[in-house]
Structures are given as C-alpha cells and as structure tokens.
Design a protein around this ligand. Structure first.
Ligand SMILES: CC(=O)SCCNC(=O)CCNC(=O)[C@H](O)C(C)(C)COP(=O)(O)OP(=O)(O)OC[C@H]1O[C@@H](n2cnc3c(N)ncnc32)[C@H](O)[C@@H]1OP(=O)(O)O
Ligand SMILES: CC(=O)C(=O)O
Length: 537
C-alpha cells in the first residue's frame, strides 16, 4: 500500500524570481502544459496583481489537471483581510487553490514588517481564514520557518498553528535563505509533527544555497512531510529551489521512496523528464547543463575506456538507472581516455560495424590521441570524431573542398551606425563545379554578428547542390577556450549545431587564429550534417 506524496511546482513563481528569467504569458502557458503532462499535483502560476504578466496569465490560462494555485502574501496589519487590495487581487484570479506567504521569524516580523508578533499572528489567521471562507484550498508558506524556529521556537510554531487553525490544507515549511542542513530540517519537521500538525498537512520548500535543497526536501519527507515544492531545473531566487527534475526520478525510482510513495507521475511522465528539462532551457535560451543529474547529456556518458568496456558487457556496471527511464540516452564519447570498447560502441552508434581486432581501430585511437595532444577534444565534439573515423575507414564522402576563404571586420567610429560590420568571401569546389560566394554577417540579438556568422552564411550560400540540407541547419552554441600561454597559445572552438529534424551535434576546431579554428569547426559541422542527411543514423 503506497502513500500519496504531492508535488507542488513553483517554476512560474519562485522560478521567475531567478535573476535573468522573465517569462512571457505564452511561455508560462507552455510551461504549464509541460508540467501538466509531467503529472505534478499543483502548479503555482504566479502572483496575480503583482505584475501584468501574472495577471494576464491567470486570466487566460486553460484549465489544468493539476490544481492551479495563485500566490500572494498575508494581509497587512491594520486592515481586514476582505479590505486588503493585494489579497483581493490574488483571490480575483479565481484559482481553486491559493498559497499565502507569511512571516514566522520574529526578527522579520520586527524588521521587515515593523509590527508586533501578535499582529502578525492575527494577519496569518485572518488571511488564511478568508481564503478558506472563499471556498479555496488554502496553503500557508511559512517564510524563514527554520531560521525562525532557531530564534524563537514557540513563536515560529504558533505562526504555523495560526494558519492550521484557520483551516489551511497545507502548512509549507520554507527554508527561505537556504542555509539549513538536511539533518536539522528532519529534526525540526519531527518537532512540528509532535506539536500537533500531522505530516500529511505539511509541505517543504527549500533553496539551494548550500547545494542541498534536494537532500533537505528528502530529509523532510523521511521525517513525515507529504508535499514537496520545487521547480524545473532548480530555477529560483538566488541559487535556486529544490530541483524537481532530480526529485521526481529519485522518488519514483529509488528506495525507500519508490515502493512507499505514489507521486502521481506515471511512466510516460517520467520518460518525458529529459525533454521537459531541455525544453525549459530552450525557452530560456540557455544551454542545458551537461552534468545535470538524470537528464544532462553527460548523465549517462561513459568516457573512460574501462567504464565503456564494462558497459558493453552490462550497462548496470556503471549506470545507477537505465537512461531510458527518464528519457535520456547513453553516450560513449571518444577521447584520449578511450579504448577499443568506446570506439566500437561509438562506431556502432553511427551505423559502422567494425570487428574487434580490426587494425583500423588502433589507427583511429592513435589519431584521436594525437589530435587531442594538439589541443582538440572529441568527447564534446562527436561530429569531428566521426569525420576522422570515417576517413580512416574509407567512408568519408567528399562533399566539397574549400579552395580559399577571407573574412573581414570593419569598425568605423562615429559614423552613427554601420550596416554590416563583418563580411566573408570564399570559393568551394563541389565535384567539377566551382562556387564563389560572399556574405555579410547578420544580426544576433539585435547586434551585428561577427565574421564567423558571415563565413557560415557564405559557406551555406556556396553549397548550392546542398541547399535543402543547409536550409534547416543553424548554430546553437559557440564556445571558445584558450589553452597555453603567449605565442604558444592555441584557441579551441566548440561549435554546437542543430537542424530542423531535432538533431544536435558538436564539432571542434583548433588554431592559433580564432577565425581559422571557428572555420574548421564550421566545415566539420556542415560535413556531418551532409553525411546525416545522406545516411540517416
Ligand atoms: C520568500 C519569497 O520569495 S516570497 C515571494 C516574493 N515575491 C515577490 O516579492 C515578487 C512580487 N512582488 C511584487 O511585485 C511587489 O513586492 C508587491 C506588488 C507584492 C508589493 O509591492 P509594494 O507594495 O511596492 O511593496 P514592496 O515590494 O516595496 O514591499 C513589500 C511590502 O510588503 C510587506 N510585506 C512583506 N511580506 C509580507 C507579508 N507576508 N505579509 C504582509 N506584508 C508583507 C513589507 O513589509 C513591505 O511593506 P512596506 O512597504 O510597508 O515596507
Ligand atoms: C515562500 C518562498 O518562496 C520562500 O520562503 O522561500
């Protein structure tokens, strides 16, 4: 018999408090749909009345399976709950559930609110009673509860009981400043339960300021709380909130949780997790964190030769779960840490079967190690690795040859605006055909782009017979790293590209000259795309 453990998502509220994150109404709706498909129980949509976006979101969002929740704060002192305009705006969103944050730390009551402890208790009780009287499910976010408990245990508890007695469905214990460690959270939760608020009326809301928000949430569950609040990808104020993308699979797949709790997320929801996490990054125009637990592109990447060798025998040797359970996939990257097992696995991924002991395997490994010695790195540039392997195996089609290229940038001070600050020309041969092209850099985020963009455009324009393949290819990330010092320094460029068919790939270029390194990575990226369109893997 499993017990219900409720998931409460605050990506659209605390997640929006992340520095640099500003969701539009449409983005909020997209995220709402993602969360609803994932299977969380509550979606905190924002603070109606606090800003036009949140108000418009609540006015227009489609009905959800999850309980849509509006967030606000307890009423101000000196007025009734019914006469508090901030509370009225929250209720006007007409959500089935309302979460109000209130102070529970005596220091904050005095310093931030400037009122007496009793006035604050009255604000909490009256506000939560008002929500309940309006027929809504009421939640109380007990702000700074753990710090308040350390400062004045009895007062902090009396704040919780004021909300509980008013009929709040959930009392959510917030580690607002993120400084409380998991063991302490567990101890305090046990004491709250001993004070008379049962665990199935308690929630936990942690922040990641000590990198332990997930651990703190799990400690609270073990001590008895039955609601966890968190955000997708750990978005949130300062260092972020507890990451639901880690919490969900941990609860669903790991003991003692998996057999004990029902978290309402089914197998399909769990398998959508990697896609949901990447989609959020995409909306935020962020590069997904490769080492994100469960869903990162490196979460199941086996770089070391010994690991890859054992993985080929049984993936459980170096994987804590099957990557497919969370919609992720296994990667066996190539690098100077690799042996023949990595190599054969990678080649197989590309559709190239090479028998163990084939001398070309050693030749590819040797070349990879020599290239890496010269500054390249293939574990994060699998497209460039594939081109080397195909060349050694005699399976690299000759799509085009670049005869020459030239890139220039122009800067004219005081002209009051330059149409194009970079341009590039090049000549390519495609069989017998010779194509000469010229392009200007475009605009990226409203600014003139650089010479690499101009080269990219010129190359795409020159590859006339491959126009269709080029049309849906674009650059998604470009990273430059300098290694070595002074005149010995080399520049490594890692270029990440994508196409309209949902493929992502990375290529590498190395040179003392940043344009040359970039162009090398670009040519690899284009060749890989042409191979894939000709030979889908
Ligand atoms: C821990 C958390 O993350 S809680 C969520 C916090 N989220 C946000 O603050 C984002 C949305 N906030 C806002 O848009 C604005 O702060 C608003 C619209 C809510 C309020 O704006 P303003 O009226 O201009 O007030 P301002 O933001 O300057 O200050 C907040 C006021 O609320 C009071 N207040 C803070 N918490 C509470 C509370 N729990 N109960 C009652 N009053 C409170 C403060 O004392 C302060 O009052 P003061 O102006 O008399 O000093
Ligand atoms: C309510 C909230 O976000 C906090 O206390 O951290």
């Amino acid at each position: 018999m499993t017990e219900r453990l409720y998931l409460y998502d605050t990506t659209l509220r605390d997640g929006q408090q992340t520095q640099g994150v500003q969701f539009s109404v449409e983005e909020k709706k997209t995220i709402t749909a993602m969360l609803d498909t994932l299977g969380v129980d509550y979606i905190e949509g924002g603070w109606p009345g606090a800003n036009p976006t949140d108000s418009a979101f609540f006015d227009t969002v489609a009905p959800t399976r999850a309980t849509m929740t509006a967030f606000g704060m307890t009423k101000r002192a000196g007025r009734s709950a019914a006469n508090d305009d901030v509370l009225a705006a929250v209720l006007n969103a007409r959500t089935p559930s309302v979460c109000l944050v209130g102070k529970t730390h005596d220091y904050h009551v005095a310093t931030a609110l400037g009122i007496t402890n009793d006035e604050n208790l009255e604000n909490i009780h009256a506000s939560l009673s008002h929500i309940v009287a309006e027929g809504r499910e009421a939640l109380f976010d007990a702000e700074h509860f753990f710090d308040g408990y350390a400062s004045d245990r009895d007062y902090a508890l009396s704040c919780l009981h004021a909300a509980f007695d008013a009929g709040a469905r959930w009392i959510v214990l917030c580690d607002t400043n993120g400084g409380t460690l998991p063991g302490r959270i567990a101890d305090i939760v046990s004491e709250v339960i001993a004070s008379g608020i049962p665990g199935d009326r308690l929630g936990i809301h942690t922040h990641d300021d000590t990198s332990m928000a997930v651990a703190g949430s799990l400690a609270a569950v073990e001590a008895g709380v039955r609601q966890i609040q968190g955000t997708l990808n750990g978005l949130g104020e300062r260092c972020g909130n507890a990451d639901l993308v880690s919490i969900i699979p941990t609860l669903a797949l790991k003991e003692p949780y998996a057999s004990r709790f029902d978290i309402g997320v089914d197998e399909a929801g769990l398998q959508s997790l990697t896609r949901v996490s990447n989609r959020l990054d995409d909306l935020l125009n962020r590069v997904p964190r490769p080492n994100a637990p469960y869903v990162g592109s490196s979460a199941f990447a086996h770089k070391a030769g010994l690991h890859a060798s054992a993985i080929a025998k049984d993936p459980a040797t170096y994987e804590h779960i099957a990557p497919s359970a969370v919609g992720n996939r296994r990667v066996i990257p190539m690098s100077n840490q690799a042996g023949q097992s990595n190599l054969r696995a990678r080649l197989l991924d590309m559709g190239l079967k090479v028998e163990m002991g084939d001398p070309r395997l050693s030749q590819i490994l040797q070349e990879i190690k020599e290239w890496e010695d010269a500054g390249y790195s293939f574990d994060e540039a699998q497209a460039s690795f594939e081109l080397i392997a195909r060349r050694v195996l005699g399976q690299l089609p000759g799509f085009f040859v670049v005869d020459w290229y030239r890139a220039i940038i122009a800067h004219r001070a005081g002209t009051g605006g330059v149409d194009h600050s970079s341009e590039a020309s090049l000549q390519v041969r495609i069989g017998e055909r010779v194509e000469l092209s010229h392009a200007f850099g475009g605009q990226i985020l409203g600014k003139d782009s650089g010479p690499v963009d101009a080269l990219h455009r010129a190359l795409k324009a020159a590859l006339v017979p491959y126009a269709d393949a080029m049309a849906d290819m674009h650059l998604v990330d470009f990273r430059v790293r300098i290694s070595g010092q002074g005149t010995e320094a080399v520049t490594k460029v890692i270029m990440k590209s994508a196409d309209g068919q949902g493929r992502n790939w990375s290529s590498v270029g190395v040179s003392a000259n940043i344009i040359e390194a970039s162009f090398e990575a670009l040519v690899d990226a284009v060749n890989w795309k042409l191979i894939r369109d000709a030979v889908p893997a």
